[in-house]
Design a protein around this ligand. Sequence first.
Ligand SMILES: Cc1ncc(COP(=O)(O)O)c(C=O)c1O
Length: 478
Amino acid sequence: MRIDPKQALRELDARVARSEQDEADGFSRRGFLGSMFGGAAALGLVSGSALEASPLGTPALPVLADGMASPDDERYWDLVASQFMLRKGLAYMNTGTRGPSPRPVHMAQVDSLVGINTDYSGYSRSIYTADRRNEMREKMAAFLGAKTNEIGYALNTSDGMVAGTFGPILKPGDEIVYTNHDHSGGAYPVLHRAIRDNLEVGVIDLRPMTFHPPASPQVILDAFESTITSRTKLLSFCHVNYGDGCVLPVKEICAMARSRGILTIVDGAQPPGMMKLDMHDLGCDMYAGPFHKWMMASMQTGFFYVREDAQDRVENLFTTAPADNRSMYGTEISDARKETLATAAAYESRGSHNIPARVSMDAAIDFHNSISPEAIEARDRYMAQKVHRSLRAMDGVEVMTSDSPESGCALVAFKIAGVPTRDLNNIMWDRYNIYIRNVTHLEIDWDVNRVSLHIMVPGEHVDRFLGAVEEVAKEAKA
Ligand SMILES: Cc1ncc(COP(=O)(O)O)c(C=O)c1O
């Protein structure tokens, strides 16, 4: 399907304005404090004072004899959940938007801030040294299954999507293809670049309900293959669609694109921290991901991956780095700096960076490794399976997410018949002290509620959520 990017831009603007309005209306109408002291608290659903945070002394995670917790070991996962500082009683089920930091990650960020504000020079000379910075980058690359020279820091997913959509060398008449289930963070750069550079735009139409959930990954691959043309030069799509939690067959899509000389930029907003990742195995040219969602580091953290042998096809448009290896004073830059500029780190070169935020990324990797990314993925999927099974069995509840391991993950999209999605967010918040969201794209007839199941959610909160949905669905039917 070919589209007019200017018209698509107007529709995207309307969608984004509506979802900002949803957010503002939903919570300001009641007010944050109102919801804490009225609603759930009044119904006795909040244990203890609503303002009471978790105790300062977070219990340490036990080292397990066999190395990995099983996904249904509720005692272990309760301990993991106790590492978070969430307001007592709050069931936090929106990691897909923002993942709160567990205490060790929060404290690493605070320590760094204290170091900077008390003795910046001492902090840079003895703690945040060049060696430490190199180690951090190496650790991040290893965690993501990339080489160190393929990873740059980014502010968030959208930042990487902008770099990866504007960077590829394209000429007027070339085509970019994306999907109509993409997030605005990936869709805006596609449309803006197409308008600026006179590019064609193709859209993979994921509107039909046969995609929600898809019968198999092949169904999605077919939709991609039938949309691209000989003019397609860049393919932009999500690893996991944020509206329905569908995991796309990235590896197969990228292999197909590569065989046709098409560059791929993957919007990886959801998988990092939820799924074990291996950039090389995925085979994409570029991948943009956040650390502020399922990785649970500070806000404004993320990464931008560019495969080593794709780097010469992706220009660095936003650089403050010297073009000719000369500093602003005309002197030759150091060999170390030259080496850095010849890697994906060059894409991040935008002046001073937020050190405490980067330190929190490093601590977030340590936190994930201390539990094990595989164990986290298994636990998240275990909770999602339970939610799937239970919601499907409820009268008046429809689930749009796949429960197969290839196409499903820890985001579950659903709808209760007769309950507007925005209203359900508010009911969950007011009555049950549960934070979920809606994803509403009217221009593609998409309107669902969505829960994120990550390790700050103890089993008891999953049960509370399921009980709440059942109650609301019954009331709606009565
Ligand atoms: C699929 C997808 N892409 C992009 C974004 C934007 O992410 P960020 O805030 O990291 O830029 C989101 C945020 O929820 C998302 O779900």
